[in-house]
Design a binder for this molecule. Structure first.
Ligand code: AMP
Length: 392
């Protein structure tokens, strides 16, 4: 059975095609600058990587090119080989606690959640419509970023703000990166062979979030009503005092939207370092003595440590701390700094095991009660697994 997972962004479209009998990746691709000048794609298959500039004026065209190349590059013989397509959908509100087969009603719901995720759901809808146009008879599944966090208790998801904001407007914590947190928690359950685990997953990428997971169920997560909340990120502030927003609006004569744009796109590691939003650049700057680069990294580590220690208490202890995503998988120095600060909780890294990138490995000292693991995330496979399960 071949399943494709699709992740449509506002100007991009990523896909992965899996052979699900063995869960092997057949091909993956990335269309960039969709709807813009200079659009191009890269496709990886069979150990090769090809890149081609091709005009993709919209997502429909990108999907057409994607399907055409799958056949013309002999990755598959015919489109009939694709049994199902799973789509990443950022917001499923409080209705979807699991992935679902996409029906007209599901589409209607996803459209109604555009208000909650104005930056993401519209692009996800374009992706779904484009695939539906090209492959009208193939079952499609929506895998929601918010679904895994639907197990949060009301005490965890409610904000202490006027209650009507929740009842009338859906203001509550939703949490994001669900496919990744779910994938990592399942993987570690499998690796340790126990399903009674208390796990903290640190998804540290350009967007970053932390989840507390007990016996496979998420009990709290750092992102909130939107993906702006929680720990500091590449360009996002994470948690701040909300009064800063109106203060800066007045002081700088900015609109609320402009301030929110700064908090989403000009804050975080980028703002504090003044160098870049990419950890690699900031670490290099720190090594050459840039003090703001050091400040940015120290602050990032601090916000992670704050959440991990909070969740340690919430879980009543810890069995495993997991690092995943770009920085979590590939940033040994940051992992070491985080774990160093957590030693007082009995979290002990073996530094000699930590110098590697992008592999599933244990990095805790031998014999420790609290294990530390690096677990490469695979949101695409998670999407394909859910799709396979639902389409049978
Ligand atoms: P993601 O959003 O999961 O793709 O993660 C992207 C981020 O991972 C980048 O912005 C980098 O900051 C970080 N990253 C990727 N490779 C490395 C590396 N070798 N060392 C440190 N950080 C890295």
């Amino acid at each position: 059975m071949k399943i494709m997972s699709v992740n449509a962004g506002s100007s991009s479209l990523k896909f992965s095609l899996f052979e699900m009998s063995t869960e092997t990746l057949i091909a993956s691709g990335y269309f960039e600058r969709v709807g813009m000048e200079g659009s191009f794609y890269t496709i990886k298959y069979n150990g090769e990587k090809i890149k081609e500039e091709v005009e993709t004026e919209n997502h429909t065209k990108a999907v057409e090119v994607m399907l055409d190349r799958l056949v013309s590059l002999n990755i598959i013989e015919s489109l009939d080989e694709i049994d199902g397509v799973g789509h990443r959908v950022v917001h499923g509100a409080d209705k979807y606690s699991k992935s679902v087969i996409i029906t007209d009603k599901v589409m209607e719901d996803i459209r109604s959640y555009v208000e909650l995720a104005p930056l993401h759901n519209p692009a996800n809808i374009l992706g779904i419509e484009a695939v539906k146009n090209a492959l009208p008879n193939i079952p499609m599944v929506a895998v929601f970023d918010t679904a895994f966090h639907q197990t949060l208790s009301k005490k965890e998801y409610i904000y202490p703000v006027p209650y009507e904001w929740y009842t009338k407007h859906g203001v509550r914590k939703y949490g994001f990166h669900g496919a990744s947190h779910c994938y990592v928690s399942k993987k570690i359950t499998e690796v340790l062979g126990r399903n009674d685990l208390r796990v903290i997953v640190c998804h540290l990428g350009s967007g970053a979030s932390i989840s507390a997971i007990k016996e496979g169920k998420c009990i709290d997560t750092s992102m909130g009503f939107t993906p702006l909340a929680g720990i500091m990120m590449g360009t996002r502030s994470g948690d701040i005092d909300p009064s800063i927003i109106t203060y800066i609006m007045e002081k700088e004569g900015m609109s609320a939207i402009e301030v929110m744009n700064d908090l989403n796109k000009k804050s975080g590691l980028l703002a504090l370092s003044g160098v870049s939003n990419d950890c690699r650049d900031i670490e290099e700057a720190e090594r050459s003595g840039n003090e703001r680069a050091k400040l940015a990294l120290d602050k990032f580590v601090d916000t992670v440590v704050n959440y991990v220690s909070q969740y340690y208490v919430k879980l009543g202890g810890l069995d495993c701390l997991c690092f995943t995503a770009g920085i979590g998988e590939n940033g040994p120095d940051i992992r070491e700094k985080i774990c160093h600060k957590l030693e007082c909780l009995g979290i002990h890294m073996d530094v000699s095991k930590n110098n590697f990138r992008g592999e599933l490995r244990e990095i805790s000292k031998d014999g420790e009660d609290i294990k530390i693991y690096v677990v490469p995330t695979n949101e695409e496979l998670m999407i394909a697994q859910d799709t396979k399960e639902l389409i049978g």
